[in-house]
Design a binder for this molecule. Structure first.
Ligand SMILES: NC(=O)c1ccc[n+]([C@@H]2O[C@H](COP(=O)([O-])OP(=O)(O)OC[C@H]3O[C@@H](n4cnc5c(N)ncnc54)[C@H](O)[C@@H]3O)[C@@H](O)[C@H]2O)c1
Length: 347
């Protein structure tokens, strides 16, 4: 049985807790929360997020509870520390847990600063422990579909893609904190990091980025980036950010080009994936793959099942690997620089 201690009982701490309940071979044995301490007694009614179930009164019988991380790290019953803190706290908590001899699963982004990501990956290597980062996007059926198609080679060579992730200004958060590089890092590190990670995983590390965007202070608020590769056929772009009209719902999606197929995903259209095949009008064909029914927690169950398998087997997860998440944050910072310069930045 893999025994997990979660630190940070907010929105993601709750989602991870609920996901673990559906995963055989994993047990949440400890919880740590330093501020909203009523959550340590099971009162999760004030936890709110933008998807998933509302917070409820929980029965935490049999689970050890701590109001500081050092105390949870001293608990020998905990094998894996699951870090669900705001991103500014990821590096310190992760490095402390790795130094205490624990494996770590940490929410995205790995950290707010690129150097912190480098230090976190180095701390895992130094301690001989595993660091996995919760980039959940590849565990959505819609996005896993492209990975599997690329892996199998069934549609030929990958030629690139355009990725989008746009929503309205998050007035429900503290906006000064959201757009601060010490707070949440703005839409670049909160939202777009999902696509930066996905692009890094699918196409490799770009050699440069070229961006334009609207800034709010130093933080890009709405932006478009071209990811530059040596292969001239590989055309990869992304658009992300927040716009002002509150009626603008969150949407994410992609159009990915293979030699023999174009795959389109538009969230909230009812049929998340469309595969367009055929090079001539005569052989043109459209397929709409079906996926098993699931709910908002399902991608997190998929993600944390992959993490369980990696922790138990000791074999790294190619997709949750800390080094990939570190690269995603490096790419995001190059994009911030590129938006500020209105130009190209080498990586
Ligand atoms: N993968 C996704 O789809 C997704 C969605 C939302 C958030 N996230 C990520 O999850 C992380 C957490 O976000 P959230 O929305 O759950 O935040 P949150 O504010 O709801 O929860 C964070 C919790 O950590 C607690 N906390 C803060 N510092 C602490 C400390 N030092 N020790 C113990 N507890 C402490 C806070 O009191 C709070 O309860 C962020 O990195 C965010 O980017 C990921």
């Amino acid at each position: 049985m893999l025994k997990v201690g979660i630190v940070g009982i907010g929105f993601m701490g709750m989602i991870h807790y609920l996901a673990y309940q559906r995963i055989p071979g994993v047990k949440v044995v400890a919880l740590c929360e330093s501020y909203a301490k009523e959550r340590l007694t099971g009162d999760w009614t004030k936890i709110k997020g933008n998807f998933g179930p509302a917070g409820q009164q929980m029965d935490l019988t049999g689970i050890a509870t701590y109001d500081n991380l050092d105390a949870m790290l001293a608990d020998e019953n905990v094998d894996v520390v699951d870090v669900c803190l705001p991103p500014a706290g990821h590096a310190a908590a992760t490095i402390a847990a790795l130094n205490a001899g624990k494996n770590v699963f940490c929410e995205k982004p790995i950290a707010l600063k690129a150097e912190e990501g480098v230090e976190m990956v180095a701390a895992a290597e130094k301690n001989g422990k595993m660091l996995l980062i919760g980039h959940v996007l590849p565990f959505f059926d819609s996005h896993n579909y492209v990975f599997e198609a690329a892996k199998s080679g069934k549609y030929g060579k990958l030629l690139g893609g355009n990725f989008t992730r746009v929503t309205s200004n998050p007035f429900w958060l503290n906006l000064d904190r959201f757009y601060s590089m010490e707070g949440a890092g703005g839409p670049m590190l909160d939202l777009h990091v999902h696509d930066a990670h996905y692009i890094r995983a699918l196409f490799g590390m770009p050699k440069a980025v070229q961006s334009v965007g609207r800034l709010r202070g130093d933080a890009p608020q709405y932006f478009n980036t071209q990811f530059i590769y040596d292969d001239p056929d590989l055309v990869v772009t992304a658009t992300s950010g927040n716009i002002m009209q509150q009626g603008r719902p969150f949407t994410h999606g992609y159009e990915v080009h293979f030699e023999k197929a174009t795959i389109i995903c538009e969230s909230f259209t009812g049929t998340p994936v469309t595969v367009i095949l055929g090079d001539t009008q005569e052989d043109a064909k459209v397929e709409k793959p079906e996926f098993p029914a699931g709910d908002d927690i399902t991608p997190f169950v998929n993600e944390l099942t992959e993490a369980r398998d990696a922790f138990v087997s000791g074999k790294p997860s190619a997709i949750l690997d800390g080094a990939l998440a570190r690269d995603a944050v490096t790419i995001c910072h190059k994009e911030i620089e590129a938006v500020q310069k209105r130009g190209r930045v080498e990586i």
